[in-house]
Design a binder for this molecule. Sequence first.
Ligand code: 5GP
Ligand code: MG
Length: 173
Amino acid sequence: MKGKEHILYSEEAIKERVGEMGKAIDAYYNGKEVLVIGLLRGSFVFCSDLVRAMESKMEIDFMTTSSYEDEFSSSGDVKLFSDLRADVKGRDVLIVDDIIDTGHTLETVVKSIRALEPASVKTAVMLDKPSRREVDFSADFTGFTIDDVFIVGYGLNYGPYYRNKPYIYTYED
Ligand code: 5GP
Ligand code: MG
């Protein structure tokens, strides 16, 4: 990658924070079984670390969401491609995403899950950009709160690439 990478959160910092989040989420569910739903593709790295930092008994499933018209700006028109295998009715659901930006994605997903009559719905995100919010929505569990900068790595893409970078960074041309 040409240009300059600026690391915001190192692999070690992420590991520490995800560990804390796992403990906080376990404490919240307090022995109850959880249905974890990861939102693809961005949350695949965070979700896999988070579930391994948790001890709650859980089922893990995924949904695909897509909101970007182009690579860098959210359209607000969120597309859900649901291939849920789990039965949601009566379950305690934890939705996991990489980042909450405008809030449209999580708001839309929560609404669609609620329609399936779960016992409860909570949300966990690695990153939060509150200054970008367009809807009144906040996550229940948040890793790091950041300014309005475009983030890459730890599951987050730059075009089709760099989701595999183990740290969270910004990129300047
Ligand atoms: P929202 O619907 O909250 O605006 O956006 C949520 C989705 O937009 C995230 O799940 C993520 O896929 C994408 N997104 C938001 N901000 C960033 C960012 O800084 N970098 C990348 N790579 N994707 C982002
Ligand atoms: Mg996403």
